[in-house]
Design a protein around this ligand. Structure first.
Ligand code: AYL
Length: 522
């Protein structure tokens, strides 16, 4: 029997994300919507709406129209939100790129998504310009949020006299194309509609207590769906204040929490290690924190409890996936008593199945199975990739997550394993297929396979099994350096083992299971 959310369904209004977020600020029009944690500069809700409309007008003036894709390659700042919603207000689509991307990785996303323009910041210009060139975009298709000689800046856009275009967006139109490798293969554009994003905000709202008085820290990046939905858009929806940080730095993170009296901090598990253990934490007054919410990778309950005890706050865990807009399960604010190893209940409007990956049979409470999720937050599919869509979404509308879960009689879900090939390093996706393809471009490497293994601290890290060509010499360090030079730092290969042959099935598929068994036997 499918497991339904224990919460009553919420009604999803048939409106655009702009109308959902920018129609009524609950009287908080002049209050800060976003504050730059570093400088303290803030943008009010009314100012943000004005910027969004200006950016939409300027984009329309440049020929951006309904269905066009515009990239954002930038760290978290208040302007990120202005650009993001400006693009949507122009009836266009946002593709958000990882700030750590190399030019090659960014070029792939720009080409694959068909982006016509790219917003970035001057410190990223070298990579952005190289990527734009590789993707065949003209140099004047780059707009910088700050300022750079020879480039159009956001400041220039404020000068537009063009009218804001009519809103021509349907709830079923694509809003964003974040990239995810899903259960297999390379990173793909995940088609999330306005309705998907509006639905997930309403579903999340039922679980939490975020109000206009809440100050949320946004250190997790807005380019990733966690930061985008749970920090940026949830903050706007609740008329709360979002304090942005461009990148994680422990002392600055602690200072911003203390100075801005942050009540709600969203993290991925590696931050919990620092908060539970690092001595510097004691130097700051963090009594303002009510809730720390962890997602994106499994949180160790013992570590979570240690962090909660040290900071005197509630610790909650949630589960999600880019393809789910992203949250499908979480511990609600009023149930910190739930097992912290769990990811809580299914959100409203969600139905789940647990399915034994071997037999295809549904399993009930007490059993383990692959988690299948159905609900209004489930993606439409992968961009230009019907094959990947077909293996992920079934005819009944269930998304096959590739994660293995258990559920209690009370409907509390715990993620206990993964059957997909994806590796998560510090909460970020590392697609093994991408590393394997990259390794094979080295002429000294005959074959390669990559799986996730645990390092001494229990962190999941990519390990490469490498078969060398006959008679060549290549050290493990050489292999790691070869990869590191070509990709974002979170995708680095961190362990290398040379091997005679990669185990493969008759059809040539890498038998990752055998490699995992080989690791386990060590
Ligand atoms: P993606 N426990 C175990 N694994 C998890 C968890 C968790 N709590 N959360 C996410 N994952 C893994 O697309 C899992 O393998 O989205 C899942 O398929 O980068 C994969 O990460 C998805 O990776 C929130 C808000 C979680 C956001 C998110 C994370 C979205 C990460 C909970 O409340």
């Amino acid at each position: 029997m499918p497991v339904r959310s224990p919460y009553p369904d919420v009604e999803i209004p048939e409106i655009s994300l702009f109308d959902f977020l920018f129609t009524d600020f609950g009287g908080r029009d002049a209050e800060p919507a976003l504050i730059d944690g570093g400088s303290g500069a803030s943008i009010s809700f009314a100012e943000l709406r004005g910027m969004v409309e200006k950016i939409a007008a300027a984009l329309a003036e440049r020929g951006i129209a309904k269905g066009d894709v515009v990239g954002i390659f930038a760290p978290n700042t208040p302007y990120y939100a202005a650009v993001f919603h400006g693009i949507l207000r122009a009836n266009a689509i946002v593709t958000s790129a990882n700030s750590l991307y190399s030019p090659g990785e960014l070029a792939h996303q720009l080409t694959d998504s068909g982006a016509k323009l790219l917003f970035t910041v001057s410190p990223f210009l070298d990579r952005a310009a190289a990527a734009a060139e590789q993707a065949g975009l003209p140099a004047d298709s780059i707009i910088v949020l700050d300022a750079a000689e020879g480039y159009t800046s956001l400041h220039d856009l404020w000068g537009t006299t063009a009218a804001t275009p009519a809103q021509d967006t349907l709830p079923t139109d694509t809003a964003v194309l974040p990239y995810s490798s899903g259960t297999t293969g390379l990173a793909k554009g995940v088609i999330l509609t306005h309705r998907n994003l509006v639905a997930n905000l309403l579903q999340i709202q039922q679980m939490g207590t975020v109000t206009g008085d809440t100050r949320i820290l946004a250190v997790l990046p807005f380019f990733h769906i966690y930061g985008m939905t749970v920090m940026m858009n949830q903050g706007l929806h609740a008329n709360a204040t979002v304090i942005t940080m461009p990148k994680f730095d422990l002392p600055e993170f602690l200072r911003i929490i203390a100075d801005h009296r942050i009540q709600r901090v969203y993290i991925a598990p590696p931050v919990a290690v620092a908060l539970a253990k690092h001595p510097i934490v004691d130097q700051y007054d963090l009594s303002c924190i009510d809730i720390i919410f962890s997602g994106a990778a499994p949180l160790d309950a013992e570590l979570g409890h240690a962090m909660g005890k040290r900071l005197g706050c509630t610790v909650l865990q949630g589960y999600g996936m880019t393809e789910l807009s992203p949250v499908s399960h979480c511990m609600p604010d009023d149930r910190p008593d739930l097992d912290l190893n769990s990811s809580g209940f299914a959100l409203p409007n969600i139905v789940c199945k647990l399915v034994d990956p071997e037999t295809g049979e549904e399993v009930g409470p007490g059993g383990r199975g692959e988690l299948w999720v159905k609900g209004p937050n489930v993606m439409v599919g992968y961009l230009n990739n019907p094959e990947a869509t077909a293996i992920t979404l079934d005819d009944e509308g269930y998304l096959h997550t590739g994660d293995v879960a258990e559920v209690t009689e009370d409907g509390v879900f715990s993620i206990v394993d993964r059957v997909k090939e994806l590796i998560k390093y510090k909460g970020y996706q590392v697609p093994p297929a991408e590393l394997e393809a990259l390794l094979l471009t080295n002429p000294k490497i005959a074959d390669a396979a990559v799986i996730g293994v645990r390092d001494d601290e229990g962190e999941e890290v990519p390990k490469a099994f490498v078969v060398l060509q006959d008679g060549v010499e290549l050290s493990a360090d050489d292999v790691m350096a070869f990869v590191a030079e070509r990709i974002a730092p979170h995708k680095k290969v961190r362990v290398v083992e040379f091997i005679d042959v990669i185990p493969k099935s008759a059809s040539g598929k890498i038998l990752r299971k055998d490699l995992r068994a080989r690791e386990a036997a060590k």
